[in-house]
Design a protein around this ligand. Structure first.
Ligand code: PMP
Length: 790
């Protein structure tokens, strides 16, 4: 892979600057550019430069090497003119035209060789190498360099892609020359870095965004002028410009500063943060910055040693950087890319790193995070899996852990259209960049969203109120129901879950050890697998619904009356049971007849998951007075909604002045609208239907072969697999179920646990989960069950 250097590469070894006398230079400046004043020679490798201090200001007269390609000089001149046009305030040298109006003139030396001569303005101030490198300055340097690159965006030149030894993308060319490095340890370190560049870093950097970059904004090419508010940062010396990854610019701006600070990674973070304020850094750029800097150190080290070897007769070149550079390389290798990248990501508020491919050797930091979590969040919250998973990334139906292992997500209904769906992410970030405020002002997205939601619901449900969660939505619906009916009793399903507010906690007995509230009655689950009435028997719906008569009578007797029946239309809590057709409608009718209202909790089932319909209430044919929405509504943005009859909202609003600060904020509504777009455009409802049927067919097929599966159920893209020890007795096998779930996780598939007996595998994926993902799930479950049987 190592490339051999082109002959062009070693041109930089040749350093014979022109040798005009000061008098000759004065004559040129006066005759060609009309400039006079005090002359001071400036150091240069290949050219001859003079600082002119005169009445008209400070200038630099630049006499090019006779061998210089005029095109290369033109590249610099055009770039400076481009920058001046795009960002006139940016502090860079300005091109000064000659008396004849040209940007360059030609002079001949004593040998008759022609040299191009030009003048640019001189930037006053102190070089960065002589400044105190504190955090504000580092930040400003980063921002200035990014501003320079922003000004250079769109600029191109025929010479921009000339091979250039300081172009770190050509670091591979340096590999054969490491032999010139005397110190064996330093040589080995540098070879490691260059090999890593050739094999990994270089190919990845080639995929980054490219443009013409200054490529040399180092500590001796950045000029600081003034102090405090009026301080300006300028950049000089455009001789190393090249078309390269933008990242190279940032790497160059950081690396020469590193030897002068106590905390080089901190300096990297500060410069990068400044850069990021002007040009938003991309994730791959952030992840490759440390490696790019290491490559630059390696290139510098090789060039110094190589030059010394090739031109021993010449004075040592950059010798003073060699040893400190090598020491720093050792120090940075010691810190390592993982730690440096983690710190930079954290500094820029990027989420934790996810390797592009699975790397089981990476430290997933799980134990340390668990300890910290227990400390501040307590242990009450159940964490899934024997060995919990540290998730760092989601994409469509996939989740990725900190080692880059990917899992098919068959559990999460919140990202209904898929994790990090680009349309939703773009919509909400664009809105967040523009405006986010509360609903006391007028903005269109909340209106549009409410119109779109109500358009999908029955005609009488036209009034929308936005809140921030499913719990809040149910809480508001419950308050409305009690206010409108004047009654205080609630009917819910046994082991229901509807949320966390005080009122709703009473309506959420699932998993609680608390005594049941006196105003709440639970209906027996219409579970046709566990009874008391079984699939295949007559009048199932009617027989189960009769329990509502009991509940209504009890509430009346206790003096509460029935304010509402709150029902999760998915019946997921009971183990994704197959509800007898007509059951929810019958219960709803009984409750209505008793003067109660119907709250259809669509937090689980809504937004197309049923496949045949958008909402569970349509599947069951319930005439609801309230629809409550949560979880999937914003694909992860916190938003909830109550949609009800206009008269109910009016009565409640008039009485309470209902208002939720963040409910329906512009960012949440941007996400909500985008979720609806995706459901429509990607035809996710139909996909849920097709995928759900395919999934259950696969699961039923497994049931033929694995006796541990007692039943397969579900509707749309929701499925339950009941795990039993014995099919005859239906003895629940929750421990076996856990084993299956844990093994499936190891095999890269995430499902959940459900059911009153804790023995049902719940499959409730994002709607981005398609047939191929269902097949992966079925295969993993097959393997897990087979291993347990053997
Ligand atoms: N209703 C149902 C049916 C739910 O499943 C949940 C949450 N699991 C809620 C309401 C409460 O939603 P949230 O956690 O957003 O408050």
């Amino acid at each position: 892979m190592t490339q051999t250097p082109a002959t062009n590469d070693i041109k930089f070894m040749d350093r014979n600057p022109p040798a005009f006398s000061e008098d000759e230079a004065r004559t040129m400046a006066r005759d060609l550019f009309g400039l006079e004043g005090a002359f001071r020679s400036l150091e240069s490798e290949r050219d001859q430069n003079f600082h002119i201090t005169g009445d008209k200001g400070d200038y630099v007269l630049k006499i090019a090497n006779a061998e210089e390609d005029p095109g290369v000089i033109d590249f610099q001149t055009q770039a400076l003119l481009h920058i001046e046009d795009r960002d006139p305030e940016l502090v860079v040298p300005r091109v000064v035209k000659s008396l004849d109006g040209n940007v360059t003139e030609t002079v001949a030396d004593a040998d008759g060789m022609d040299h191009l001569v030009r003048v640019v303005t001189f930037l006053p101030g102190t070089l960065l190498e002589d400044s105190t490198l504190d955090q504000p300055l580092l930040h400003e340097v980063g921002a200035t360099v990014a501003r320079l690159d922003r000004a250079l965006t769109g600029f191109m030149h025929a010479h921009a892609e000339n091979p250039h030894p300081w172009d770190i993308m050509r670091a591979g060319d340096m590999r054969p020359h490491t032999k010139h490095i005397d110190d064996a340890t330093a040589r080995r370190n540098i070879e490691t870095i260059l090999d890593h560049f050739i094999d990994d870093v270089g190919p990845r950097m080639r995929r980054l965004r490219h443009q013409v970059v200054h490529n040399d904004a180092t500590h001796n090419n950045v000029v600081v002028d003034g102090t405090g508010e009026s301080r300006t940062i300028g950049v000089i010396d455009f001789g190393d410009m090249v078309f390269a990854p933008l990242l190279c610019e940032l790497a160059m701006a950081v690396d020469t500063l590193m030897p002068y600070v106590d905390d080089p990674i901190g300096a990297m973070c500060d410069v990068a943060a400044g850069f990021d304020t002007v040009i938003t850094l991309e994730e791959d750029e952030v992840d490759l910055l440390f490696d790019a800097i290491m490559t630059r150190f390696a290139v510098t080290s090789v060039i110094i040693a190589w030059r010394r070897a090739v031109t021993p007769e010449q004075p040592d070149y950059l010798r003073e950087y060699e040893e400190p550079g090598q020491r720093l390389i050792a120090k940075l290798l010691d810190i390592g890319v993982d730690a440096a990248r983690a710190r930079l990501r954290h500094h820029l508020r990027f989420p934790p790193y996810c390797p592009p491919e699975e790397d089981p050797t990476l430290d997933d930091n799980l134990d340390a995070l668990l300890a910290r979590r227990y400390d501040v969040l307590g242990k009450h919250l159940t964490i899934f899996y024997e060995r919990p998973v540290h998730m760092v990334k989601g994409q469509g139906p996939w989740l990725f852990d900190a080692r880059g292992k990917r899992y098919v997500d068959a559990y999460n209904n919140v990202p209904i259209v898929g994790h990090a769906h680009p349309h939703v992410v773009r919509a909400l970030t664009r809105q967040a960049r523009t405006l986010n405020t509360h609903t006391r002002y007028i903005y269109e997205s909340v209106i549009e969203y409410a119109e779109r939601l109500t358009a999908t619901l029955p005609d009488h449900l036209t009034a929308c109120t936005f809140v921030n969660s499913g719990s809040e939505a149910n809480d508001i619906a419950w308050r409305m129901a009690t206010m409108v009916t004047g009654k205080r009793g609630a009917i819910i399903m046994s082991d229901a879950y509807h949320g966390i507010t005080e009122a709703i906690a009473h309506l959420s007995p699932e998993g609680t050890k608390e005594e049941r509230a006196p105003h709440v009655r639970e209906l027996m689950a219409p579970d046709t697998y566990r009874g008391p009435y079984f699939a295949g028997e007559e009048n199932l719906a009617k027989r189960y619904a009769a329990d509502a008569d009991r509940a209504i009578a009890e509430l009346d007797e206790a003096g509460y009356g029935t304010a509402c029946f709150m029902v999760d239309t998915s019946f997921v809590n009971h183990g994704v049971i197959d509800v007898p057709e007509g059951y929810p409608r019958l219960v709803a009718e009984k409750v209505k007849a008793a003067g109660g209202l119907i709250i259809a909790d669509e937090v689980q089932f809504g937004f197309g998951r049923p496949g045949t319909h958008m909402w569970g209430l349509d599947v069951h044919g319930i005439e609801a007075d309230f629809v409550t929405l949560g979880k999937p509504i914003g694909n992860g943005m916190a938003i909830g909604a109550v949609i009800t009859r206009r008269d109910i909202l009016k009565a409640f609003g008039d009485a309470t002045g209902l208002f939720s600060t963040f409910g329906g904020n512009p960012v949440a509504c941007a996400a909500g609208n985008a979720v609806l777009d995706v459901i429509e455009q990607e035809e996710l409802m139909e996909s849920a239907r097709v995928t759900g049927e395919h999934l259950r067919a696969g699961l039923r097929d497994l049931m033929q072969r694995h006796t541990l599966i007692g039943d397969v159920r579900g509707y749309g893209l929701m499925a339950g697999v009941e795990i039993v020890g014995d099919r005859q007795t239906k003895e629940p096998a929750p421990d076996d179920m856990k084993q299956v779930l844990n093994r499936m996780k190891d095999l890269g598939v995430l499902a959940g646990r459900e059911g009153i007996l804790g023995n049902v595998i719940k499959i409730r994926p994002p709607l981005a989960f398609k047939r191929e993902h269902a097949d992966i799930l079925v295969d993993a479950m097959d393997q897990a069950l087979s291993e347990m049987a053997s």
